[in-house]
Design a protein around this ligand. Sequence first.
Ligand code: ADE
Ligand code: ZN
Length: 328
Amino acid sequence: MNELIQMLPKAELHMHIEGSLEPELMFKLAKRNGIELPHQSIDELKALYDFNNLQEFLDIYYQGCSVLQTEQDFYDLAWAYLKKAKEDHVVHTEIFYDPQSHTARGIPFEVAINGLYRAFDDAQEQMGISFHIIACFLRHLPEQDALDLYPEILKHRDKILGIGLDSSEMGHPPEKYQQVFAQAKKDGFKVVAHAGEEGPAEYVKQAIELLQVDRIDHGNRCLDDEILTAQIAHKGLALTVCPLSNLKLKVVQDLVDHPIKKMLKKGLMATINSDDPAYFGGYVNENYRQLAAAVGLTEDEIFTLVENSFKASFLPDSIKEIHLKALH
Ligand code: ADE
Ligand code: ZN
């Protein structure tokens, strides 16, 4: 099974580039930029990677971002992820980044996007990995902050394909972001939102009905609502599921309890992704491997999940076809 997972070319659709910041690179960048981290060693930092919920993770994740200062830092961060993606036979990746976690620290908008874009563009040429970049709004901040940032995103629309919504879910329902998402949709951006990771099925419903999302990030809790689940399946709206993230953030108590098989049985277009691989214990293939071992995925199910990764991508149909044919 692990050989099949390794061998299949795949797409990754839910990966926060800041969440691929490995402790070793974090310390290296801290030193390069003269930044003092609150942790004395890599081991001391890693000992903190024991989370009870999303918020405990986010507090550590945003602190880690402080070492990202220059365009080269963002380039190096992306390049390190791309090397892992290549090892996992990822041939297309749609990554998230959080512009506000950098602009709020005084890092100009261009610094992050230019560094990231240059790395992904180089990798497309040198590694043959195609990509899209999705800029996420931090939902714990007021919608006005997102509206204030939006003109910067528009200015860089040649590099940014879509808009996302992430950070602390509980208490920050999708309805809070209707205005900025409506504008983004009107301007032709793809739109996605984290929904139903910790939040209720109602938030998934709002993401669909009020934000008109093209894909749902996580979406686990939609399963609490049978009618909603059937509607999502009927629409063919994809879920970007992140098994190791679900385990580490206690969305599931044990990987054997993961609802992936149920999702597939209900006809949901589920995909497998790594979310924040440096924090959750593995890149995309490790997510497939551990999930397959825990719930006993069949070869057919693995195949379906990999096929879904291309079907649910924002690639043009003609390119999707090429990837899907290559699987057979
Ligand atoms: N930002 C980075 N990872 C996230 C996650 N799993 N949920 C919400 N926001 C995030
Ligand atoms: Zn995520």
